[in-house]
Design a protein around this ligand. Sequence first.
Ligand code: NAP
Length: 288
Amino acid sequence: MVNLVGIIGYPLKHSLSPLFQQAAFDHYGLPFRYQAWEATPKELGAAIARLRHPPYRGANVTIPYKEKVLSLVDEVDGEAKSIGAVNTILRKDGRLVGYNTDAPGFLWALREEGGFDPRGKRAVLLGAGGAARAVGVALLGAGISGLTLCNRTPERAEALVSHLTTIAEQRSWSASIAAIPWEREHLKDALSHSHLVVNCTSVGMKHSPTEGRSPLEAVFIPKGILVYDLVYNPLDTPLLQEAKRAGARPLGGLSMLIYQGALSFQIWTGREAPVAVMMEAAREGLVG
Ligand code: NAP
């Protein structure tokens, strides 16, 4: 019997997951088919309920449902609970278990591709949506000493600061966590004291209203800082171009996408994912 897995989100037309996940299953000759399951908010409950029975094995969940599915699964893994978002579901003994592989996927890419160990370092996060939540929890858990959040809508940054502060207290993680206004001078000052900046906004994403725009200009980016853009389409984002102009180190979002997918693959199959195969399929999908 062929196992079915897929990605649930809305809209889904630009998702690369079907491409690189299917390449991974085919590489091992596993009887899995990965599909795109676009679901409107009204259809979400039925899309999740369907996963409870064979041939469904699980799913990825993406924008805008990562938070909503927490209440639709039977059990939520500890890290996904801390983050407040699920991006991977596994059907296990008839029950649905929710996981978050964005946070470990982010850290894997940060260490492997960025050569960056967060312990004792300071970071600025741009954005306060689902990705920023996962990145914030990941960095705190990895021993970051200072986290500065900056978001266009300041109330969301403040809310994320209080969420992360609560998690840090519960886990006895010591770090200073604060929000600053989305203003040039505040950002410039915070960046001058930081080792890492992560763009967790969608600014610069292809097919979005901000396509071609960078959330930061080169003049604000200190030389030598690691500039990590979670946006992966285009591969060379406007922010990464500004980073290079400033003499900073650029890191794009494709490796995180692949690593979070590799961890989902491991959850569904129990096998180590063929990361290089997945990366090649995704690159082909982006440039080809
Ligand atoms: P989200 O929950 O919708 O949050 C979007 C964030 O972008 C919010 O902070 C929003 O600010 C900000 N934003 C949107 N338009 C903006 C603009 N014109 N100016 C300034 N800020 C703006 O989305 P998400 O799930 O966090 O995802 C954010 C980005 O990360 C997306 O591009 C996504 O593709 C990427 N991502 C990549 C990976 C990966 O594996 N590489 C994984 C997850 C996400 P407001 O609060 O002010 O609206």
